[in-house]
Design a protein around this ligand. Structure first.
Ligand code: SF4
Length: 232
């Protein structure tokens, strides 16, 4: 498999982080507050699927696991594109084995809009890059994309889904993605551990789950709090 959206974002934060994900994932230590935030984000994403009414969800798992079956999801998505399904959730695309799944893909008169759902009250810069990666994969897969929106978590809990349009900003990242994706593909497969000097990237934009591995001197990680990091 090539690079996923998560791989790309993690690899751009620190190449060693991506290499460890592929070769030594058991070294990860995910702080409980981070896991809770990820779980809340997944719940919010599930609720948002119906924001435009009836939809078809592409999620499929490898037999006996909770690991997404990316090839089957991508094949199902192509089938629903052929059928003209108006709203496709977890719409999956492969471009030279690089992969993304779009939270909500909505058919328009001229192509498709897509919506990335974030359980956050505002649009953070990372979210725009994240959507830029999805645009890169979809556009290069031949899909005509109109609007791109981040769905934020508004204050009205009876209708908390607030789309914020970021079309121009997200599309503007296409060249930057192409400049890095192929090197990340090569690097993640190399057998030798990637070297990276610990620094600012260990905490920003997200706390690294390998912090203890790269900072064996840090006995007490209690100073790392959720407040340091933007919502996902
Ligand atoms: S702790 Fe820092 S240097 Fe180590 S993998 Fe994470 S970001 Fe990279």
């Amino acid at each position: 498999m090539g690079i996923t959206k998560t791989d790309f974002m993690r690899g751009m934060q620190c190449p060693k982080m991506l290499w460890l994900d592929k070769h030594k994932p058991k070294l990860r230590v995910i702080p409980p507050e981070t896991q809770a935030r990820l779980d809340a984000g997944n719940d919010f994403g599930d609720r948002a699927m119906g924001m435009f009414g009836p939809y078809e969800e592409m999620t499929a798992y490898l037999p006996g696991t909770r690991i997404p079956d990316k090839k089957r999801m991508a094949a199902r998505t192509q089938e629903h594109l052929r059928l003209g399904t108006p709203v496709i959730c977890e719409a999956a695309f492969l471009y030279y084995n690089n992969y993304c799944a779009v939270d909500i893909l909505r058919k328009t008169e001229t192509g498709y809009d897509f919506y990335e759902v974030k359980n956050a009250s505002a649009v953070h810069p990372q979210f725009v890059k994240d959507a830029g990666f999805q645009y890169y994969i979809l556009h290069r897969s031949g899909l005509k994309i109109g609007r791109i929106c981040i769905v934020t978590h508004g204050e009205d809990e009876s209708d908390p889904f607030v789309p914020v349009e970021i079309t121009a900003e997200a599309k503007g990242y296409e060249g930057w993605i192409n400049d890095h994706i192929w090197e990340l593909n090569r690097m993640q497969k190399q057998p030798e551990e990637v070297y990276a000097e610990p620094g600012e990237q260990c905490l920003h934009p997200y706390e690294c789950w390998y912090y203890g591995y790269c900072h064996p001197e840090a006995e007490n990680r209690g100073f790392l709090t959720a407040d340091l990091f933007p919502e996902r």
